[in-house]
Write a protein that binds this ligand. Structure first.
Ligand SMILES: *Cc1c(COP(=O)(O)O)cnc(C)c1O
Length: 391
């Protein structure tokens, strides 16, 4: 990229990419190759083997690093692969403090994979920065949080937690999947690492599973780069190409996701079938002020609780999810199409029921990923689904 712009809309399209040196192709080619021919032993052009380096993947890594305002990006085969690779920087006996409202798959890595490797995780309420400070021990190496959290959309004060982590010499990793760098940049607020499931908004078209980690810390980057190659959970060139294609339209997609969600949330709040709406852009969100300070927009994810009526909340929710026609009943989020899901049955089923109840992931809780379809169609579909849930 020749442009020196610092505007995210411009970086999204150009950062990490140069016209192909052999043909001038404006779009980064899909380098489907496992190996690279060397002029003589060790005489190569910076590419030896595609687990280690691949030009398409490298373009993606540079692109997302620029968007997050970080020096280094590393791409992985999934968000979970990115998380697992970060955890391999730790060793048996190390301790981690994590927010207690996490993507179900992340919780599963912590509890069922890392625990048996001797890494202990303490969970704290992410809305309370002081709780992170209290939970940090001499063996703590890493603090992990999502914000907004999944599915309860709690906001963690990144700058406050980053300050605590710096004082205690602990890394802070922030999962920024729900907002993307268009709406929040954790590195600017002091985080050590930003993690993404690129499967969601960054790719945005529901046709890839991928992950990425961005950092400006050279030591952390070198260790992660070593682990990326050593463990080998890397994305293929085709997937890297698709995510890179997705980020080009990220700015306009996020704008529309936010615009639509800002209309859906108050509509739900006024709906007689709805007990409660959780959306950081609503005045009723207990952390609306922090959200407005730390985020450039409230995002496209909304959670709400359906009331018990003729049917108990669980049955009513189940019927509603069967009845939507535009909203697809599916896990995942962040694609152009609207999705609806039931956390207790679907994405968060791996969390024990007692923990779910304690967190507030109730039977009536429904999570929607507001797509970029026309707002009238989105609202009409929700309305008819509410009606059919009671029929
Ligand atoms: C989906 C998701 C992940 C895991 O990513 P995969 O690409 O599915 O492995 C991690 N964090 C959040 C917030 C997610 O939504």
């Amino acid at each position: 990229m020749k442009t020196k712009s610092s505007h995210l809309e411009t970086l999204a399209i150009h950062a990490g990419q140069v016209p192909d040196p052999t043909t001038g192709a404006i779009t980064v080619p899909i380098y489907l190759t496992s190996t690279y021919v060397q002029d003589g032993p060790g005489e190569h052009k910076g590419f030896e083997y595609s687990r280690t380096q691949n030009p398409t993947r490298q373009a993606l890594e540079g692109n997302i690093a620029a968007l997050e305002g970080g020096r280094y990006g590393l791409a992985f085969a999934s968000g979970c692969a990115a998380t697992t690779t970060i955890f391999h920087m730790l060793r048996s006996g190390d301790h981690v403090v994590a927010g207690d409202d996490l993507y179900g798959g992340t919780y599963r890595i912590f509890e069922r994979v890392m625990k048996q490797m001797g890494i202990e995780v303490t969970y704290v309420d992410p809305i309370n920065a002081g709780a992170f400070a209290e939970a940090i021990r001499p063996t703590t190496k890493l603090v992990w949080t999502e914000t907004p959290t999944n599915p309860l959309l709690k906001i963690c004060d990144i700058a406050a937690v980053a300050e605590i982590c710096k004082k205690r010499n602990v890394w802070l990793a922030v999962d920024n999947t729900f907002l993307t760098p268009m709406l929040q940049r954790p590195l600017d607020l002091g985080a050590t690492m930003v993690v993404h499931s690129t499967t969601k908004y960054l790719n945005g078209h529901a046709d890839v599973v991928g992950g990425v980690v961005v950092t400006s810390d050279e030591e952390v980057h070198e260790r992660l780069r070593f682990l990326q190659n050593a463990i080998g959970a890397v994305p293929g060139a085709m997937d890297s190409f698709l995510v890179l294609r997705g980020t080009k339209t990220l700015a306009v997609r996020m704008e529309r996701h936010v615009q639509n969600a800002q209309l859906v949330a108050p509509w739900l709040e006024a709906h007689p079938a709805v007990e409660k709406v959780i959306y950081p852009g609503l005045k009723s969100h207990p952390q609306a002020a922090l959200a407005a300070k730390q985020m450039r927009g409230p995002g496209g994810m909304i959670s709400f609780v359906i009331k018990s009526a003729k049917r108990p909340a669980l049955e009513r929710a189940r019927e509603m999810l069967r009845a939507t026609q535009l909203f697809a009943c599916a896990e995942s989020l962040g694609g152009v199409e609207s999705l609806i899901e039931h956390p207790a049955i679907m994405t968060h089923a791996s969390i024990p029921p007692a923990n779910r109840a304690k967190l507030g992931i109730s039977d009536g809780l429904i999570r929607i990923s507001v797509g970029i379809e026309h707002i009238d169609d989105i609202l009409a579909d929700l309305q008819q689904a509410f009606e059919r849930a009671d029929a």
